[in-house]
Design a protein around this ligand. Structure first.
Ligand code: F6R
Length: 357
């Protein structure tokens, strides 16, 4: 039930702080330590390479998850779009482990790959919101998102839940492999929950940004470097699927290799700046597009902000910034769609779960 909310999407965006708390609770043992089924951390530890396979928003969550697993647990990870993987399989390592990410657990493209890799005799883990779903039943292991039903076609709380569960998977794998993390993930995820709450309480600002940048534009660009690039891809997907604005996400440094030709007077360029090591670089890219007439909207993390920024995110652990940076992008997309009279919960040409290949 959407209760007093005008749309499921807005309700589901607002549920994200609660989902963070739920996930922390579900993945803690009685000693308040992060915990996943031992067979899963064992499989993660025995693998010499992890292959993440997913579609759409779940693929974007996988890109963020790769960072956690490589940086924290020191296991190499590849992330693949399911529809490509099935006929364009990469050369596999000796001991691969497959991780399927799927909110619905029913996506046909992902299932086709699962069937294929099971036939080859490999082990698979499914990360899904739906217990008993096809991808959960057919994999060897399952991790649940505990996000509650997601009704709106545009995925919001499943994305952040996927990232949170991937962070826990990475942290537990690190521990099993004897790598010590320099921070307490439970505490950092709790901080993320509070930051999400503050962002969800700031809807007027998000609506104003949507009005200012997106109410009449034909197109919009999202740029970022490092993990901000991946969050930008998700921001662009959200915007295009519900507002029908042509939106694309780019790595900041790639702009000058072609895309910058598309910048016209007033083209909105939403730039994410949440990562210290690329802060200067992305600000350089903003200058490049601004010099060609773009209307830049910089969203930065507290501590990295400058006076030109349109929005400053509450501070969280740098590695976990996608969990908060995506919230304004979800809300801006929501209001852009609303201002353009689009059907927010049921965008044209789309179905909630894609059960054909
Ligand atoms: C975007 C969206 C889709 C899904 C994709 C995968 O908002 O909802 O891109 O993320 O179809 O679906 P699942 O995660 O159910 O496999």
């Amino acid at each position: 039930e959407k209760g007093t909310y005008p749309h499921y999407m807005l309700k589901e965006i607002d549920e994200q702080p609660l989902v963070m708390r739920k996930i922390i609770q579900q993945y803690q043992n009685e000693n308040n330590e992060l915990h996943i089924d031992e067979s899963i951390s064992q499989a993660m530890t025995e693998a010499d390479r992890i292959y993440i396979v997913a579609c759409g928003t779940s693929y974007h969550a996988g890109l963020v998850g790769k960072q956690f697993i490589e940086k924290w647990a020191k296991v190499p990870v590849e992330v693949h779009v399911a529809s490509e993987f099935s006929y364009n399989m990469p050369l596999l390592s000796e001991k691969p482990l497959f991780v399927f990410i799927s909110q619905s657990g029913e996506t046909a493209d992902s299932r086709a790959v699962l069937v294929q890799v099971k036939e080859l005799g490999y082990k698979a883990l499914t990360i899904t919101n739906v217990p008993g779903s096809t991808l959960s039943r057919e994999a060897d292991y399952t991790l649940l998102l505990h996000a509650g039903p997601e009704i709106a076609v545009a995925s919001t709380k499943a994305y952040t839940a996927q990232i949170a569960v991937l962070s826990i998977l990475a942290a537990v794998t690190a521990k099993t492999r004897g790598v010590e993390l320099s921070f307490d993930l439970v505490q950092e995820l709790a901080i993320v929950g509070s930051a999400m709450e503050a962002l969800c309480d700031d809807k007027e600002t998000m609506e104003a940004i949507a009005r200012e940048y997106l109410s009449t534009t034909r197109n919009a660009f999202f740029i970022g470097r490092a993990v901000d690039f991946y969050v930008g891809l998700e921001g662009a997907l959200k915007l295009k699927e519900i507002s029908y604005i042509q939106a694309e996400g780019f790595a900041g440094g790639e702009l000058k290799h072609g895309t910058i030709a598309l910048i016209e007077n007033n083209t909105p360029v939403i730039a994410l700046a949440t990562q210290e090591h690329v802060n200067l670089g992305i600000r350089g890219n903003v200058k490049e597009v601004a010099a060609r007439g773009a209307n830049p909207c910089i969203i930065s993390m507290k501590g990295l902000e400058t006076e030109e920024d349109r929005y400053v995110l509450p501070p969280v652990h740098e590695d976990l910034s996608p969990l908060v940076a995506v919230i304004p992008l979800q809300l801006i997309s929501y209001y852009a769609a609303l201002h353009r009279d689009c059907d927010v919960d049921k965008p044209r040409n789309l179905a909630k779960s894609v059960t054909v290949e």
